[in-house]
Design a protein around this ligand. Sequence first.
Ligand code: ADP
Length: 361
Amino acid sequence: MSYKHGKPGRSRTTLKSPETASQGQLSDTKDTLGKKFTLGKTFTLGKNSVLGKKPRGKKPAGDRPPSSALWASEAAQIADAAPGLVGVAARAPAASGIVTVRPGWTCDLSAIDPNADGGLDKEKAKEALIAERARIKALQERLYAEHQRSLLVVFQAIDTGGKDGTIRNVFEGVNPQGCRVWSFKVPSSEERDHDFLWRYHAKAPARGMIGVFNRSHYEDVLVVRVKDLVPDTVWRARYGLINDFERMLTVSGTTVLKFFLHISKDEQKERLEARIAEPEKHWKFDAADLVERKSWDAYQAAFTDALTHCSTPEAPWHVVPANRKWFRNLVIARTIADTLEAMDPRFPEAQPGVSEMKVPD
Ligand code: ADP
């Protein structure tokens, strides 16, 4: 089965069928030790392995169908209901060293070592990053030319977690015309006068684009919860609304890739101290970050719940050990490149006879 996705009158791109797209999407996941395990099968959790102590549902893991199969069947139903309008976002397993939160499991951040570096060598990792950037650059050009689908990359982290540095390092060299970065701050009064997703939806990437969210719709279940900006009932309801929003983007042709940069409390202290000690970093220092640090545990709890409740088959969270910047940059770049490759964007068909055409003098 294949699904067409695209504007009438343009060359249309065949997206992968749900069956094809589900293969390897989420079925192979790697833990921080680099071990592979397969969704839907019973497995044993190692000390540093995947998230979660227990499944939220009542059924043991072995009895549940693989989430990729669930997603495939859901996507097929949607496609049947609205043929020609929806596509299935292709995705790839995260790079080794990243922990993907599996839908239905409770995220346990304390089980993931922020210092993990996959045993890689720093200098080699820096070289490998250059190669991954080149892959992203080439695939982004195809995505832009194809003009059918898009990629949304979401970054969340505690203050000093490294969102800015990651974006700078990973997207260096990408054609700025095909990539937009959006940073979300405290909402303006206009933004507050709309539903909480309004400002994010407005910045979701158009066809052909890579959109990067530096902070995102998750702030509305993170800072908003920690600072008690809305009642409990309001932010709790947002998990489901966020999942619906991301599913809507996905079936509309946007692959949603979410990274949580996981640093330790000690690492945050060091980074804040560096901002105080080094004059060229003073501009980054905000005394408000010291106040926020006092809410470290509350933020970890809020992140845990967001990662748990909003890891869906179509848009799972990826937890990135982020104390070591070079490791963080490499595994994120690799995951983005692999995802773009799985999307397999194609240059549109050339006009007939183009290679024989002559440019008049
Ligand atoms: P950053 O820390 O990302 O470099 P800033 O120092 O300007 O940028 O901080 C942006 C601030 O905006 C953060 O404190 C963040 O918690 C806050 N913020 C973002 N989204 C929201 C939101 N929806 N509601 C309240 N505060 C928010």
